[in-house]
Design a protein around this ligand. Sequence first.
Ligand SMILES: C[S@@+](CC[C@H](N)C(=O)[O-])C[C@H]1O[C@@H](n2cnc3c(N)ncnc32)[C@H](O)[C@@H]1O
Length: 440
Amino acid sequence: HQGARRRDGDVRITKDERFSRLIRPLTADENQGLRESIEAEGCRDPLVVWKHEGKNILLDGYHRLDICARAKKPYHTVARTFDDAKAAAQWVCRNQESKRNLSPDERADMWWEFAEAFRTKRAKPKQSLTRGRGLKGAKKVFPKRKTSFEPQHTDKHVAKNAHVPVKTASNVKTVRDKGTSDEKAAMRSGEKTSGVIAKDIRKRAKDKRLADERRREAKRRADEMSKSKDVRKKRIERDVEEGDFRKIAAKMPKESVDLIFTDPPYDRKSVPMYGDLAEMGARVLKPGGSLVCYAGHYVVPDIINLITPHLRFWWVLACVHTGRKAQMREYGIKVCWKPMLWFVKGTRARKEDWVDDIVLSEREKDEHGWQQSIVEASYYIENLSPEGGMVFDPFCGGGTTAVVAERLGRRWKTCDEDGESVDMSRGRILNDDWDKPEGS
Ligand SMILES: C[S@@+](CC[C@H](N)C(=O)[O-])C[C@H]1O[C@@H](n2cnc3c(N)ncnc32)[C@H](O)[C@@H]1O
């Protein structure tokens, strides 16, 4: 009790925070009435002090003492004795209840002050002792819990002291512990009840909890996505390989591929590669698997000649391109469609799945100079390979085959001898967001 001392009256009075905090503030009207009465008649009633260890600790009259000090009015005191500070504090609370017209919130607030200032700590139970440890029938001896333990800081206890419902005690506690200073002031001035304010506080806490949960969930999803994007990135880096297709295909297991869907370069000097492509296909394709390759019209006979020693010719497929037509001056032809040659290892698996031999397609050159359309790739990969089957494109270019195979849930592998094409395709496959809703 580090209170200020005054010498205005008959005894030296000590103010003590443990008691002053129990005193409920006066309303503006009450304060004015008291001031006017003291100024007119002086301080009629004695201030109550607790004579303790040679000090006169003020219990009742905090407001009057302040007014007297300011108005330089004398006051007199009456002393009371108590066993201890707690008993004195209890008297302060009861005295206010009897003298003042305190609201239930004010009473509960006051008794919470009391409970917090004079809270009795729960006695820690001593460690249990085992008598005759190791012997049969050993008896555990538990010390008795201290009977002096009084839970003075529970809602129930405060409610009982303040003569208010337990709910009021708990609302007041919520405002005291979690309210803003404005909310505390509103409760103490009676502007709003503890019930209304506590409801706001609980709503705020709930909103915060939900917002925190949403934030945590968003973070968890983002982490998961970046983790799965990482895993995907590694898989894509593994499955889009840089190098000559012959070397790369040599590492692939025999009869592991359902469909080779590819677009080799078909300038005259590259045409012999179709022979190597066919030889490779004969090894890696499953029996009944297909090789579908784009072919320039003018080299169709050469390509068929190079491939048929290894795979059986099955059909010619046509991609009809809309839009501007290429012109082949040396042949005098405006090119309206592009052939795709279809070969099979043995005889075609799943003949019962009918496919059309013509696809209406559109030009696409967004990513790669030789890029083929996603349209025919989607149609033939979907129809000529089983779900989860393996699709291989030895001439990756812009990665159209891999993009489509990934979208269709096929396993896939691709390669290109050109590093730039490999990098570009990896990025295109990784960032392909075709299945995301618009605007996401
Ligand atoms: C016509 S492009 C493929 C275009 C692809 N279909 C698309 O839609 O983007 C042919 C690709 O084969 C690659 N290539 C040529 N010879 C190769 C070889 N021996 N091994 C691997 N890739 C090769 C070229 O670098 C080129 O990117």
